[in-house]
Design a protein around this ligand. Structure first.
Ligand SMILES: O=C(O)c1ccccc1NCC(=O)[C@H](O)[C@H](O)COP(=O)(O)O
Length: 388
């Protein structure tokens, strides 16, 4: 749409400027409620715009620069601007915590709009900067659509029909005590953004059964119907509390929370929901700053150190060691946190290396899912049979 100022300069706002694939429906700000509520209380449209004659700050261009003017715009547009501002505020808060992944803007930013924040080039704002950001923006659309089909109220009604939660952390600890090796979370995945297709003949049930036979303590899969004895991690890009309920309804026993994506308040809130539902939360970090943030959050029992940088795909297993060294490592042990070493583990030497660093569990995908027989793949990975 466009606004026409008194000097008849046309200024476009809310232009559908996203990549086509990212723009089928208007997303909603569903999360970060405390912040959003505070922000909306201070900036509520009802405070700034009357319903009958809605006035908003607007801009005409003079010598190419925006100039405030008092003109009428629709209530809907005013709300869209607010929603966009709140989203930008969320990104600002996340950035202050070192989170480089931004949440998808609710609409294209108004061109030349100067709100509480200043914007620069349009492309900086409406184009994902790396694969993880793209995944998260796509997830926003997916979750909005799924929530439309299965609202939270509906999920809550069928929550009791879900199978009982199995003890995810307990299973890892038990495997560690039994074998003297890190408990294995075996990942069922057909492909990944960094490695492409890993297995053409992909039968998730057969692979999961082979993992179980090979001695996996837990399984990591995309949310699916439950077929297995092992506790299941729903390996998802969780950005909305709704996904946690959905995972539980589908039989998950644990979910993944990625610190590179979620601000502290979101992680705290989601951990509370996990506890309410009896789920374990695997909180994933990649660097020291993320680890330090997570160590400040109460109730974290399971931390995954991802050796893969999800922005660049670079894998370095010494990352696990680095994050478990010195005072930080001591703090983790004092807190009784179970640490999972994730990604890039291919050989018994790799397992020994990160076990030495202090992990009690590992999350492994590629090296075992690619094997013709994943059961044998597990034995080869650990250098011995860990099934009994
Ligand atoms: O694996 C990817 O390419 C990837 C890209 C973007 C986001 C997440 C991604 N993977 C998730 C994981 O971290 C791994 O699936 C998991 O840790 C197992 O790793 P691996 O044993 O190296 O398959």
């Amino acid at each position: 749409m466009s606004l026409r100022s008194s000097s008849s300069t046309t200024i476009s706002i809310n232009k559908p400027s996203f990549q086509q694939s990212l723009n089928p429906i208007p997303p909603k700000s569903t999360f970060f409620r405390p912040l959003l509520q505070t922000h909306m209380a201070n900036h509520s449209p009802s405070k700034q715009f009357s319903l009958s004659s809605i006035k908003a700050q607007q801009f005409e261009l003079k010598d190419g620069f925006p100039v405030d003017s008092d003109t009428e715009i629709s209530y809907g547009d005013a709300l869209k601007i607010k929603e966009w501002e709140v989203q930008m505020l969320q990104n600002e808060v996340a950035a202050s915590q070192g989170i480089r992944i931004r949440r998808r803007p609710p609409t294209g930013p108004p061109l030349h709009y100067v709100g509480p924040f200043e914007f620069h080039l349009q492309n900086e704002v409406d184009t994902p900067r790396n694969i993880l950001e793209e995944i998260v923006w796509q997830k926003d659309i997916e979750v909005s659509q799924m929530k439309g089909r299965k609202p939270l109220s509906m999920l809550k009604k069928i929550l009791d029909n879900a199978p009982p939660v199995r003890d995810f952390v307990g299973a890892l600890k038990a495997a560690n005590s039994r074998t003297g090796l890190p408990g294995l979370i075996a990942e069922v995945k057909k492909a990944s953004p960094s490695r492409g297709v890993l297995r053409e003949d992909f039968d998730p049930v057969q692979i999961a059964k082979a993992y179980e036979k090979g001695g996996a303590a837990c399984l990591s899969v995309l949310t699916d119907e439950k077929y297995f004895q092992c506790p299941l991690l729903c390996k998802e890009f969780v950005i909305d509390a709704w996904q946690i309920y959905y995972a539980r309804v589908k039989g998950a026993d644990a979910i993944l929370l990625i610190a590179a994506v979620l601000p502290d308040l979101d992680i705290k809130y989601m951990i509370k929901i996990c506890k309410l539902l009896g789920l374990a939360a695997l909180v994933e970090v990649h660097d020291e700053r993320e680890m330090d943030r997570v160590l400040e959050i109460e109730g974290v029992e399971l931390v995954g150190i991802n050796n893969r940088d999800l922005g660049t795909f670079k894998v370095d297993i010494s990352n696990t060691k680095k994050l478990l060294e010195g005072e930080r490592g001591q703090r983790i042990r004092q807190k009784g946190i179970t640490v999972v070493g994730e990604s890039g583990l291919f050989t018994p030497a790799d397992i020994a290396y990160i076990q030495e660093a202090g992990v009690k569990a590992v999350l492994v995908g590629e090296s075992i899912v690619k094997q013709k027989d994943p059961t044998t793949g597990i034995t080869q990975l650990f250098g011995k049979d860990i099934s009994s």
